[in-house]
Write a protein that binds this ligand. Structure first.
Ligand code: BGP
Length: 481
């Protein structure tokens, strides 16, 4: 058994985490530019203004904006077939609602996509990856306001027209289901936070006013996603669109029936509240119950139902780092995780950042989703954030190779089971700024970038052991792991 011919092996990044150049060529401020650096124990802050003496890691990133050519050539050296990246909305419309797009921003991404094509790399483009124009945050408090939909659709229509011959695969929103939680309020929804502290694990629900604003903002994103798909199909019928969900799989902690129900409920809400809308055009049958639980009401327009129905996507994509457990026992310890967390699983080991490592969960998750929608699947984020040590110009990251090997095997298992998986774009193929902690120390890459948490370093790039390993994986289409 091997991976299907034409399988898209590759890697993924997000512009706010790697581009830097935050004021270059007419770029506007995004919410991401207002997050300071944190650590695993010290949360990031969101500041309303850019404060003297604070470290804002998105401002310089790894300078991918200026070094994209070197970086993409390194990806090509590994044999990448796909590069998942995001366009930064504020490079195209600096304030979010400008009259005209910024020509320099458009030109930049044209160069990036042209290079990818020349090197045989298919771009997979996220239109919104945790960066929202700060201008619209100040003006309308982000996605909470319906007018943001028009701004977003103008932006996506611009980029789809501009790159219609260079890009085929699009993701409208990164991890759209993170908008379900408090942690997504500013990160994903562009809303002003209630506190300066960015609590990445915030599953706090808040008052009815807060949850209603959040759930309405999420609804607006879903409508904007559908309108983008509708417009995109007119621009180029060959475009293919995907949803992008933060993959969350919850196991019942015990076979206690209440734990089983609790796991089912988490899976249903966390993945399919958004997944169902984007894949089928209809809200999940349990969405109303969830809204009642939150004491929230969504402000909708009558035409929205039809828009959602018309603007469904072609494939399901997701990030996968870990699994969790669900239990009704309040005594059990919670684990850390990728925006969404649950009870710790005693059978699993954890990364240095406390994320529980579970390759088999990937097989389970893929099959779980595939049996529901029976549409192609892309695994667009997966990887290990670890502390790396640069020795003699390289990093001996066997731990990363082991992590990736086991996850790729699990994905192969899902394909063997009958799921239709088309792509694997490993997260953070080059070291970049962590979304949750803002650190450089949490490294994912096949390529080491010489920069530390304080922002010091030469920014030179170095191939890690995993670089050569992944190159061989791609060469053999996953035969040699
Ligand atoms: C996902 C995000 C990415 C990325 C990744 C790893 O939630 O889509 O932007 O950062 O997780 O998370 P972190 O950077 O916090 O380790």
């Amino acid at each position: 058994m091997s991976f299907p011919k034409g399988f898209f092996w590759g890697g993924a990044t997000a512009s706010n985490q790697c581009e830097g150049a935050w004021q270059q060529d007419g770029k506007g401020e995004s919410c991401a530019d207002h997050f300071t650096a944190g650590t695993v124990s010290q949360p990031r802050l969101f500041t309303e203004t850019i404060e003297e003496g604070m470290n804002y890691p998105s401002h310089d990133g790894i300078d991918h904006y200026n070094r994209y050519e070197e970086d993409i050539r390194l990806f090509a050296e590994m044999g990448f077939k796909m590069y998942r990246m995001s366009i930064n909305w504020t490079r195209i419309y600096p304030n979010g609602d400008d009259e005209k797009p910024n020509a320099k921003g458009l030109e930049h991404y044209r160069k990036v996509f042209t290079l990818c094509r020349q090197l045989g790399i298919e771009p997979l483009v996220t239109m919104s990856h945790y960066e929202f124009p700060y201008g619209l945050t100040k003006k309308w408090n982000g996605w909470q306001d319906r007018r943001t939909i028009d701004c977003f659709v103008r932006y996506t229509t611009t980029i789809m027209n501009e790159y219609k011959d260079l890009v085929k695969y699009w993701l409208t929103f990164n991890e759209i289901n993170v908008s379900l939680f408090g942690s997504g309020d500013t990160l994903s929804l562009g809303m002003k936070p209630e506190s300066r502290i960015f609590d990445v694990m915030s599953t706090q629900k808040g008052s009815a006013k807060v949850t209603s604003a959040r759930m309405t903002a999420l609804h607006n994103q879903l409508v904007a996603s559908a309108l983008t798909v509708i417009e995109g199909r007119k621009i180029n019928p060959n475009f293919r669109f995907g949803c992008m969900i933060a993959g969350a799989i919850a196991y019942p902690y015990a076979c206690r029936p209440s734990d089983v129900y609790s796991a089912w409920w988490k899976n249903e809400v966390y993945n399919f509240y958004c997944g169902d809308v984007q894949m089928t055009g209809r809200y999940n049958p349990y969405a109303d119950k969830y809204l009642k639980e939150l004491n929230a009401t969504i402000t909708k327009r009558p035409e929205d139902d039809e828009i959602l129905l018309k603007g469904t996507v072609d494939f399901y994509s997701f990030s996968y780092y870990m699994s969790m457990c669900a239990s009704t026992d309040p005594e059990l310890t919670k684990g850390a995780g990728n925006m969404i967390n649950g009870v710790r699983n005693p059978y699993l080991k954890s990364s240095d950042w406390g994320w529980q490592i579970d390759p088999e969960g990937l097989r389970y998750y893929i099959n779980y989703v595939y049996s529901r929608y029976q549409k192609p699947i892309m695994v667009v984020e997966n990887g290990l954030g670890a502390v790396d040590e640069l020795v003699d110009g390289t990093v001996h990251d066997q731990y990363r190779i082991d992590y990736l090997r086991e996850h790729i095997k699990a994905m192969e298992g899902a394909i063997e089971d009958g799921s239709d998986v088309r792509a694997y774009t490993m997260w953070g193929c080059i070291d970049l700024v962590s979304a949750s902690t803002g650190e450089m120390k949490k490294r994912y890459g096949f390529i080491y970038v010489d920069k530390d948490n304080e922002g010091k370093g030469t920014l030179n790039r170095y191939r890690k052991d995993s670089f050569w390993w992944y190159k061989r994986v791609i060469e053999t289409n996953g035969e040699e792991l």
